[in-house]
Design a protein around this ligand. Structure first.
Ligand SMILES: Cc1cc2nc3c(=O)[nH]c(=O)nc-3n(C[C@H](O)[C@H](O)[C@H](O)COP(=O)(O)OP(=O)(O)OC[C@H]3O[C@@H](n4cnc5c(N)ncnc54)[C@H](O)[C@@H]3O)c2cc1C
Length: 396
């Protein structure tokens, strides 16, 4: 067991300060505006270009292997993810960048594929997005059950199927689409393809209307005889012949899961601040809210669990940077943080009383935003299954 290095470093501190400023001026106001209009923030919004020029994108802890020295991307990811999500979790996912498309490209892609598909992301003039398409109307947690087929015909692969709830896919330059070459083979039949925007057969792109996190779009689409060149099979044929490709790709999520968990910590912190400020203001106005023992106890419970959640995220990220196994720690961070954040937003609404349930109460928005945190990147139930399996020594 290794200790956690809790130092942040001057560069990251400066970046955090930048995020705080952008958060106050842009992330939170834009998240609130999107929520009240019930429309995602459009990709041509000037804020995205501004953030992109400043080098800020989706904070998921994804990085190319540094030429020398230790990795630090996962730790940077959790710190920035918490801060951005504190200001607005929907906006932190709406930010340009590779998003969840990054891990499979970076861990499975051939050097040529990385060069080709990362090239647009090196252009700082115009923001770019990528996406990750696994979930289907009939396959969520049970990813082995995906039904989208891939059939090799000549120099192309032909994809047929449907994907749902794919973050940022409507605005993405490319989407990593998971399909199967053999529906009966489970994970061994899975292949990942980079499907570029405008590819004929990538159709019916539409966004789902969510109860929260409105600032970014979760889109569904159809693949109808969608032809992608063989060069877009991620990793090339050899990758799948040599290893169980799916497992390899999933391992790369060890860096992103702690960042997603940290986003839940960010929402919880926002709820805590709102509840604490409310209690203080009420006190100043001579309503005795903070004198109530139960209110103080609720605030203390929120603060305590936020700290615990953050430490779990940091530890899981630290292990990811050391390239040590962190499956159990990442699942613990995700399961704990998402549940804790749900509790925190609920307590914040309670502390505000009637003011907490009005449509323009900020905590009401957080209460709706937080729910999906227990669903994305593996549901809480699935994380608990992963933890339990490891604890009793069952195979994954
Ligand atoms: C906001 C948002 C963004 C998303 N972004 C993406 C994205 O970018 N790319 C992508 O591919 N997907 C994305 N998803 C989809 C997400 O990954 C799935 O919703 C998630 O994997 C759960 O799948 P499901 O919704 O089909 O639920 P199901 O798997 O059908 O689960 C339904 C319920 O059953 C429980 N359950 C399932 N299996 C078991 C089991 N074996 N034992 C006990 N309980 C079980 C679950 O915990 C859940 O409570 C997104 C979803 C949301 C809400």
């Amino acid at each position: 067991m290794s200790m956690i290095d809790l130092s942040i470093g001057r560069d990251l501190e400066a970046q955090l300060e930048q995020v705080r400023r952008l958060g106050r001026e842009h992330l939170r106001p834009l998240g609130i505006e999107a929520d009240s209009r019930r429309e995602p923030v459009p990709p041509d919004h000037p804020f995205f270009a501004l953030a992109w020029r400043m080098g800020l994108g989706q904070p998921l802890g994804v990085e190319e292997r540094p030429a020398s020295g230790p990795r630090s991307g996962a730790r940077r990811g959790v710190v920035l993810a918490e801060e951005m999500s504190y200001w607005d979790r929907g906006m932190s996912v709406a930010m340009p960048g590779l998003g969840l498309g990054g891990p499979p490209l970076l861990s499975m892609g051939t050097p040529e594929q990385k060069e080709r598909f990362l090239a647009p992301f090196r252009d700082r003039e115009r923001p770019h997005w990528a996406a990750f398409g696994m979930t289907e109307p009939g396959a969520g947690s049970d990813v082995a059950a995906i039904q989208t087929t891939a059939v090799r015909t000549g120099d192309d692969w032909v994809l047929n199927g449907a994907k749902t709830f794919i973050s940022n896919s409507m605005r993405a330059d490319w989407i990593v689409v998971w399909a199967t070459v053999d529906r009966g083979a489970g994970r061994a039949g899975h292949r990942a393809f980079v499907v570029e925007r405008g590819t004929p057969g990538l159709e019916d792109m539409r966004y789902e209307h969510k109860m929260g996190l409105i600032a970014y779009e979760s889109s569904s689409f159809t693949l109808r005889d969608c032809r992608v060149p063989a060069a877009n099979l991620l990793g090339g044929e050899r990758y799948y012949a040599e290893r169980a490709g799916f497992k390899g790709a999933m391992r790369s999520f060890n860096a992103t899961r702690p960042a997603i968990a940290a986003m839940a910590v960010g929402i919880a912190r926002a709820a805590y601040d709102a509840a604490r400020d409310f209690a203080r203001t009420r006190y100043a106005l001579d309503r005795p809210i903070p004198r109530y023992q139960r209110v103080r106890e609720k605030l203390a419970r929120m603060a305590r669990k936020i700290e615990a959640g953050r430490l779990l995220c940091w530890r899981a990220a630290y292990l990811a940077d050391l390239e040590q196994s962190n499956e159990i720690e990442a699942s613990m961070a995700k399961a704990f943080a998402a549940g804790m954040a749900q509790e925190a937003t609920g307590l914040a609404v309670e502390i505000l009383g009637d003011a907490g349930v009005t449509r323009d109460a900020y905590v009401e928005k957080l209460y709706r935003d937080v729910k999906a945190m227990d669903i994305v990147e593996g549901t809480g139930q699935i994380q608990r299954l992963v933890i339990a399996r490891r604890l009793v020594g069952l195979p994954a």
